[in-house]
Design a protein around this ligand. Sequence first.
Ligand SMILES: [Fe+2]
Length: 156
Amino acid sequence: MNSIQPPISDVVARSADIPWVPQGSGNVWFKPLRISVAQNRWVNLLKVTKGGVVNRHRHLAEVEGWVIQGRWHYIEHDWAAGPGDFVYEPPGDVHTLVADVADEAEPMMTLFSIHGAIEYVDENDELVHIETAETKLRRYLEHCESAGIAPLDLAY
Ligand SMILES: [Fe+2]
C-alpha cells in the first residue's frame, strides 16, 4: 500500500466491494472511497439510520457534500439537506449532524469530500478526539481485518 505517491493511473473504486465501517456510537457508518494520508483528506459515503447522530465536531478545512438519499440537518444551522442538494462547509464550521429519516430501512446517504482534520468536541467545545486521514484509514483496515475482508488500496 502506497500512501505517499499518487497512483500511476486512474482509479475506479467499486463501492459495492467496500464495507460500511461503523462510526461512533451507533447508527452511523462510513464507506471510504479514497483516503490520502499524505494530503490529510478523504472522500467517503456517510450512512445514518433513524436515530443516528454524528457528534459535535469542528472542521479544520473545508468540506463538500452531495446528498444521495434521505434528509438531514445540523443542530447548529437552520437548514436541512435532501436528495440532490450540495452542501459546502467552510473551515472552522462546528456542527452536529442529525438524520431526519423515519424509516430504519431508508437511511440518509451523503458523499462527503473532507479536506482536513476533524476535531470532535464536547458541549463546551473542549476537544475529545481528532479524526485525520490516518485514523480514518486505520479504522477501515481494522474493520476489514475483524470482518475477514481483504482491504482495497484506497490510500492515494
Ligand atoms: Fe461535519
